[in-house]
Each structure stands twice: as C-alpha cells, then as structure tokens.
Design a protein around this ligand. Structure first.
Ligand code: RB5
Length: 147
C-alpha cells in the first residue's frame, strides 16, 4: 500500500522516524516534505498530502506538526479528507473503526516515538465498522457538499 507522509519543522523528526517505521513494515512511502528543521508553514504540507490522498493515489496519509493541531485543521479543508489527530492507540483505533480516517495526524512535540508507533499500529490493524458510523460520515460529506 502507498502512504503519503508530510510534516512541518515541528513534526520533522517524528516524520523521519515514522517514515522509516512504515518502510520497515513494507509500505511504499512518498515523503512530501518538509526535509529539514528549517521553519516552514504547515498548511503547505497538509495541502500536498491531503490532495494526494483525496485523489486516491494513496491508501492513507500521515501528517505531523508540533502539536498535530494546525496540520489536521488544514488537511480537513480538502474535500474528502478525514484527518484525525491521534494521541494514543485508542484514539487511532477509533479513528479507523468509527471515523474511517484517511489521514493520521500526530504532534512531533507532544507524542513520543513509541506512542507514535502504537498509533500507526492501531490504525493499520483495525477496520472501519460501517453501519451507524457510515451514516455519520455520510452526514459529514453532506456538509462538505451542500453546507
Ligand atoms: C510551528 O511552530 C507550530 O505552530 C506548528 O508546528 C503546529 O504546532 C501548529 O499547530
């Protein structure tokens, strides 16, 4: 499965670690930047990754900024994106089971590497449950399409 990953400077180090982790697990990872700890603007990277995921070119996306807040807000502006800011395995599992999140967001300054790996593992090892959760996602899409 192809994975799109990106971050700003605040998420750069965690992005590099999680990129390696995903590659070790056999995923085909495309890195949309940033590529150093030089200060950049997180919406630029949110847009690149979110548009790539929304187009259907990737199975899912991963985005990091300092807290994960700004980059998740920005990613969720792209139609079709459900970017979930996850803090632990439980939020990651529910982001998949209930929200069918297509982008995982994390904070490079708030989330340690082992927790970040647990987030990725929980997201990957669970499935969307559908049913009443699909009805709710359809209502999100209705807001997106019709206001
Ligand atoms: C950048 O300093 C910081 O504001 C950003 O990484 C992120 O935490 C925003 O939500």
């Amino acid at each position: 499965m192809r994975v799109a990953i990106g971050s700003d400077h605040g998420g750069f180090r965690l992005k590099e670690e999680i990129k390696s982790y995903l590659i070790e697990k056999g995923y085909d990872v495309d890195d949309f930047g940033c590529y150093s700890e030089e200060s950049v603007d997180y919406p630029d990277f949110a847009k690149k990754v979110a548009e790539a995921v929304a187009k259907g070119d990737y199975g899912f996306g991963v985005l990091m900024c300092g807290t994960g807040i700004g980059i998740s807000i920005a990613a969720n502006k792209v139609k079709g994106i459900r970017a979930a800011l996850c803090h632990d395995g439980l939020t990651a599992r529910l982001a998949k089971q209930h929200n069918n999140a297509n982008i995982l967001c994390m904070g490079g300054r708030t989330t340690g590497l082992e927790t970040a790996k647990d987030i990725v593992d929980n997201y990957l090892s669970h499935e969307f449950e559908g049913g009443r959760h699909l009805r709710r996602i359809n209502k999100i899409m209705d807001i997106e399409n019709n206001g």
